[in-house]
Ligand binder design. Structure first.
Ligand code: ATP
Ligand code: MG
Length: 294
């Protein structure tokens, strides 16, 4: 599957409307994708092992989406194939008072993945140009008036671009995934969450309130994606009406990104190799001694 069709690097025109939420590429059913997903998960595990061993580059995967688009399920599937040591998921909820007491990138800085690790952001600092824009929440922020101007979001897009460039130049790759859901499919999933007792916990009344701002959110996403997609930190627009397709595509995006990083197991310098041979000899000698005693 070619992930290029879903990748936006900021060069061409961009409109979310040009991306079909129901797209499933060449596949027509989940059944056709099960083996491919499993193969991707296995490959991901191998590459993650090397990334961890090499301990040079880090990968940050950001998930953004409307409610019920499948972020949580997608994250669960993605990491199920990985070694939990080396993968860290962070959920970005409404900021705490301590977080509000700092600049908006502060809470993200603190949880960036270390070398060799994969960091997954379930929502991210992009909320600060999405929900904060849709509801003009910046007006209530404890910021000096000179910062609360009409320029605020343009400035933040630029700051995010600088931040992500900084990360890239310091060994952290950033991949941004927008799960693109249709309004109809969201309604269907909300109804399921209301009707199925086991899914009730996933539903909150605020989900319905946010749904009323659907169009404003779509515009905010479009503006944010347009302004922050770059060659080194691209956005992927993942059709999300079919969960099985979204999961397959996400697994492919991660595999391809890791292949591009191309991590290698560290090769030992000659003196360390010699030391290994010595240790080997010593261990084998131990066995011989024991056999002789027996
Ligand atoms: P779920 O699928 O479980 O609903 P969720 O990511 O929607 O997952 P919630 O606890 O429902 O988790 O929602 C977190 C909320 O926090 C979202 O509505 C999000 O918009 C909001 N939020 C995140 N960051 C900010 C921010 N910087 N300012 C204001 N609200 C924020
Ligand atoms: Mg929610």
């Amino acid at each position: 599957m070619d992930i290029k069709n879903y990748c936006f690097k900021g060069k061409e025109e961009f409109s979310l409307q040009n991306y079909d939420t129901k797209d499933t590429a060449e596949f027509t059913s989940k059944k056709e994708t099960i083996e491919l997903l499993a193969a991707n998960q296995a490959r991901m595990a191998q590459l993650q092992d090397r990334l961890y061993a090499e301990n040079k580059e880090a990968l940050l995967i950001i998930f953004q989406a409307m409610d019920a688009a499948g972020k949580d399920g997608a994250i669960k599937h993605v990491i199920s194939g990985m070694n939990p040591q080396g993968v860290i998921v962070h959920n970005f909820k409404q900021p705490t008072s301590e977080e509000l007491d700092h600049d908006y990138l502060w809470r993200a800085w603190r949880v960036l993945p270390g070398r060799g690790d994969i960091g997954i952001f379930n929502r991210s600092y992009y909320e600060d140009v999405l929900v904060v824009k849709v509801h003009s929440l910046y007006k209530n922020l404890p910021l000096p008036d000179r910062c609360k101007t009409g320029e605020l979001f343009q400035q933040r897009y630029m700051q995010i671009n600088h931040f992500e460039k900084y990360l890239y130049q310091n060994g952290i790759r950033v991949v941004k995934i927008f799960l693109h859901l249709s309004k109809d499919e969201q309604k269907k999933r909300f109804l399921e969450r209301i009707d199925d007792e086991e899914k009730n916990w996933k539903f909150s009344q605020s989900d319905i309130e946010e749904r009323m701002y659907w169009d404003t959110y779509q515009e905010a996403y479009e503006d944010a994606i347009k302004a922050t997609a770059t060659k080194k930190a691209p956005w992927y627009i993942v059709p999300a009406d079919k969960k099985w397709f979204a999961r397959l595509l996400i697994s492919q995006i991660i595999v391809d990104t890791l292949e591009e990083i191309n991590p290698q197991y560290p090769e030992l310098p000659d003196n360390k190799k010699a030391l290994l041979s010595q240790c080997r000899e010593q261990l084998l000698a131990e066995t011989k001694e024991e056999e002789e005693k027996d």
